[in-house]
Design a protein around this ligand. Structure first.
Ligand code: MEV
Length: 434
């Protein structure tokens, strides 16, 4: 196999006319020729895993292969009084184990309660070059029913099911180029993430808004700042479940630091997103939308804050609460086409988008507890290193029981390095003791 650094010169040109029209095979051949991939490398890349060839090729453009991430189940979750198996896809070791571990602690206090808002999204229509913008903003509201009707004609199925465009908000925003009118179309998207439905509606009402205002529409797009689609989760754990009263106090200290310091708040929230995004990936969600919305929400006061809080209640119990926007769907998008996303929903017994949002919020809270608890006790490196050592052992060629043996020895000797893993594997293969 060629090394990643490559032993050939740089690609001559990235101009590949007609590349998009070729088959996966043809594209892969071409790229292989250009960068010198050997047959083994081509075969590896060509493997689409559990994704059908046609689906993969239609999902995005210029496909030449696939890349598989592990799909895991986090255990011990009790959410709203019900046991749930949680599907997670992630590249980072420790996340699944940590979520399962914290879910177990929170079970001891009756599990996690989670409640999500209705699935309401905002579509933005941006109007410029408006004379008398304050007055025209009112004129838009005067035509509210007509505008909503027009939007709803785009999606009669959604309306029939009880969703659709339900309200309008209008603002005049001062911009560098003077005032602009921003119309928010408020749409209940039911079980969809909603981008398609909302964008179609936003585009459809643009000409009407131009007529009413005499201005020109520029952007017509969903806002991923999904402030009407908030999911909340909370839980209460007896001190013994998390390691005793001292640990409770230290977890509260960690939360207080995140409240006071954005540098810590970002990492605190990253820990929450470890869990949420792992579920998002497993269920084929638009995780960029979720991330963007979550971090904007964290900064909604003008200062970046934690999405969760850990406190001690009057009985000395650890109580945690989490709140963030979650724009998730169980119909449309990758959920519709990726068979594994559908399987994930089946494993989690998810029947509605709201249910999925509630599970994700609960997972975020548990993930956060696991991280913060580890940080205020043994630190996260020990757990990480254990898994890292196992990974190195596998990479060095250890199989079966030998993986744990090699990993254990590296930990004992505090030499968790690939060269040492190789040395140990070689020793074992010669039949020598470690
Ligand atoms: C690592 O992926 C996540 C943590 O840094 C989160 C945290 O610090 O709370 C452990």
């Amino acid at each position: 196999m060629n090394s990643l650094a490559g032993d050939h010169s740089m690609v001559e040109s990235s101009r590949l006319p007609g590349f998009y029209k070729k088959s996966i095979e043809e594209r892969l051949d071409l790229i292989s020729q250009l960068v010198g991939l050997d047959e083994e490398e081509k075969k590896l890349l060509r493997n689409l895993g559990n994704l059908d060839e046609k689906i993969a090729d239609a999902m995005i453009e210029n496909v030449i292969g696939g890349m598989t991430y592990p799909f895991a189940i986090a255990t011990n979750f009790k959410i709203n009084g019900r046991d749930r198996l949680v599907a997670m896809v992630i590249e980072e070791s420790s996340v699944v184990a940590a979520a399962s571990n914290a879910a177990k602690m929170l079970r001891e206090g009756n599990g996690i309660i989670a409640v999500a808002d209705k699935q309401v999204m905002i579509g933005q229509i941006h109007i410029v070059n408006v004379t008398a913008p304050q007055y025209k903003a009112m004129k838009i509201l005067e035509h509210k029913e007509e505008i909503l009707d027009h939007a709803n004609q785009q999606d009669p199925v959604l309306v029939k099911l009880g969703g659709g465009a339900q309200d309008l908000e209008v603002r005049v925003v001062d911009t560098r180029r003077g005032p602009a009118i921003i119309v928010h179309l408020i749409v209940n998207v039911l079980d969809a993430m909603g981008a398609n439905a909302v964008n179609t509606m936003a585009e459809s009402i643009a000409p009407l808004l131009e007529k009413i205002t005499g201005g020109e529409v520029r952007l017509r797009i969903i806002s991923n700042y999904a402030v009407y689609r908030i999911a909340r989760a909370w839980a209460r754990a007896p001190p013994e479940a998390v390691g005793g009263p001292e640990v409770v106090d230290k977890i509260v200290d960690a939360s207080i630091l995140a409240e006071a310091d954005p540098y810590r708040a970002v990492t605190h929230n990253k820990g929450i997103m470890n869990g949420i995004i792992a579920v998002a990936l497993a269920t084929g969600q638009d995780h960029r939308a979720i991330e963007a919305g979550a971090h904007a929400y964290a900064a909604r006061t003008g200062v970046y804050k934690p999405l969760s809080y850990w406190e001690k209640d009057e009985d000395g119990y650890l109580v945690g609460s989490l709140e963030l926007p979650l724009q998730v769907g169980i119909i449309g998008g990758a959920v519709r086409v990726h068979p594994i996303a559908r399987l994930a929903l089946k494993i989690m017994e998810v029947k509605t988008a709201r249910d999925l949002a509630e599970i994700m919020a609960a997972v975020g809270l548990a993930q956060n507890l696991a991280a913060v608890r580890a940080l205020v006790t043994e630190g996260i490196q020990r757990g990480h290193m254990k898994l890292h050592a196992k990974n190195l052992a596998v990479m060095a060629g250890a199989t079966g029981d030998l993986i744990d043996k090699v990993a254990q020895k590296m930990i004992e000797d505090q030499r968790i390095r690939f060269d040492y893993a190789k040395e140990l594997v070689e020793k074992l293969s010669r039949g020598e003791p470690l």
